[in-house]
Write a protein that binds this ligand. Structure first.
Ligand code: PMP
Length: 468
């Protein structure tokens, strides 16, 4: 199903089909729904009072239904039916050190015993701010928020105040939170050319943005040539984890950096996923391009709510000068900052040994999956890096932007995801994998065994269809 082209389709937020009535029943014969009877019962109960039965719209894309969990430790999850899984969702990214990490639990318990929330300053704020500055190359000052969506809005406000301009350039397929002005264009062009992901978005939201295809320097050049006096910021995911983990073409980030500098536009890297995951200094240190502002979230506090807007002093100091208001009751939450200190200390230790281990284990998974697909003659394409990668079911050899990523057999992907679930591996509904420090060699071996089985089932399905 091509949601970009089919405007009547009703996509969910992951570009997967919305699940009618909440539970999809008949696409995967192999998956026995009685394995999930306790989850099904709780889901039905939940939906009586909880809108949609999930607490974030993204989670409704999980098939065959959004599962309920009762235990998580290291890389493993157990659902309420007692099914065990190796977890590559890592709570959609944050659990970089694994579930129930002893260092994080101890830090949080210690902080809980001292105080929980005062609405005033405490020492952990200074420690974590300095630590982020030391780890991320472009960061001179930071400000804390609770969610990535909020921190994105702070960055946009800073850029507007700094440049005295209003408009934002954003890219198709890049996700920057659920608020109106950045949801436009996430799954296609604004101005009615693509599906809107929500009703109720302000009519004026489209006026705030230019939506461009990514990885195409000429498109940015042409927008800036005509409108640079209006453009406050260019915002992007430097590795597009929310869209098939697309990588930038060689020289692309450098060219955008150069254009932003020449036109006095603020370059914002949204590293909510890539930060403290793909390298100690995020994608900007991995790829060697420095933005003016960076947004961090997810992994920064190892599973507790914390987001950060950070960057060059000349922009960030507008907050200190009180030219830009940055506020929030829960900002700098002591519990989250205790978790952040424990997480960042662990990730920074021994020259970033843990992130190196994540990278190499992730790359082994990528190579293993590719080789098993080859053996089963299943055409796939893997994009991304060891710590965050994505498997598309496609004959394409390359993908560079959102429209390329639509060339993905989502039925085959869903069969794969369900076979993996059946074989004890829990993945995100769009086919993305997050590798963390808790994934062991034994996990990798068991995972690749499950992948082999899933591909074998898929290839016999094809043989069967051909025979018919
Ligand atoms: N930016 C990116 C790149 C993200 O992946 C997300 C969340 N998936 C956000 C921003 C929004 O963060 P949050 O869900 O914490 O509001």
């Amino acid at each position: 199903m091509n949601f970009f082209l089919d405007k009547t389709a009703r996509p969910d937020y992951m570009g997967c089909m919305a699940i009618n009535g909440g539970i999809r029943r008949n696409t995967m014969a192999a998956l026995r729904l009685d394995r999930f009877s306790a989850s099904t019962k709780l889901y039905n109960l939940s939906r009586r009072y909880l809108a949609g039965g999930v607490s974030s719209g993204m989670r409704s894309a999980c098939k065959p239904l959004p599962l309920f969990f009762e235990h998580a430790a290291g890389s493993h999850l157990r659902d309420v039916d007692g099914n065990e899984y190796i977890d590559y969702t890592l709570a959609w990214g944050p659990m970089i050190l694994g579930h129930s990490h002893p260092g994080i639990i101890a830090a949080v318990e210690q902080q809980l015993a001292k105080f929980q929330l005062i609405g005033a300053q405490h020492e952990l704020e200074a420690y974590v701010a300095e630590k982020i500055g030391a780890m991320v190359p472009s960061v001179e000052l930071v400000a804390f928020n609770s969610s990535g969506s909020e921190a994105v809005q702070v960055a946009l406000r800073l850029a507007r105040a700094f440049t005295g301009r209003q408009k934002i350039i954003r890219f198709e397929g890049h996700y920057h939170g659920w608020l109106d002005n950045v949801l436009i264009g996430y799954r296609g062009y604004a101005n009615g050319d693509g599906p809107r992901l929500s009703e109720g978005i302000s009519e004026r939201a489209s006026d705030e943005v230019y939506v461009a295809p990514w990885n195409d320097v000429e498109q940015i050049e042409s927008i800036l040539k005509k409108h640079s006096h209006q453009v406050a910021a260019i915002i992007m995911e430097p590795i597009v984890c929310n869209n098939s983990c697309l990588m930038p073409r060689s020289g692309y980030l450098e060219a955008v950096r150069d254009l932003a500098t020449r036109h006095d536009v603020t370059l914002i890297f949204d590293e909510v996923i890539t930060g403290f995951r793909v390298a100690r200094g995020g994608a900007q240190s991995l790829l060697g391009v420095t933005p003016d502002l960076t947004i961090l979230g997810k992994a920064v506090a190892g599973g507790f709510p914390l987001a950060v807007v950070a960057g060059k002093r000349k922009v960030m100091e507008l907050i200190e000068q009180r030219r830009v208001l940055h506020a929030g009751t829960f900002n700098g939450h002591p519990i989250s900052l205790a978790a952040a200190k424990a997480t960042l200390d662990a990730l920074d230790e021994n020259d970033g040994r843990l992130l190196e281990q994540i990278r190499t284990r992730g790359e082994r998974l990528m190579n293993g999956i590719a080789s098993l697909a080859g053996q089963a003659s299943i055409p796939i394409l893997i994009n991304g890096v060891g710590a965050a990668f994505h498997v598309s079911f496609t004959t394409r050899k390359e993908m560079h932007n959102f429209r390329d990523t639509l060339d993905n057999d989502t039925d085959a992907r869903d069969r794969f995801l369900e076979a993996m679930l059946e074989n004890g591996v829990y993945l995100l509904p769009d086919g993305r994998w997050y590798v963390g420090a808790a994934h062991t060699e034994a996990d990798l071996a068991a995972t690749l065994q499950a992948v082999g089985k899933a591909f074998k089932a898929e290839s016999s399905l094809h043989r069967f269809a051909e025979a018919e």
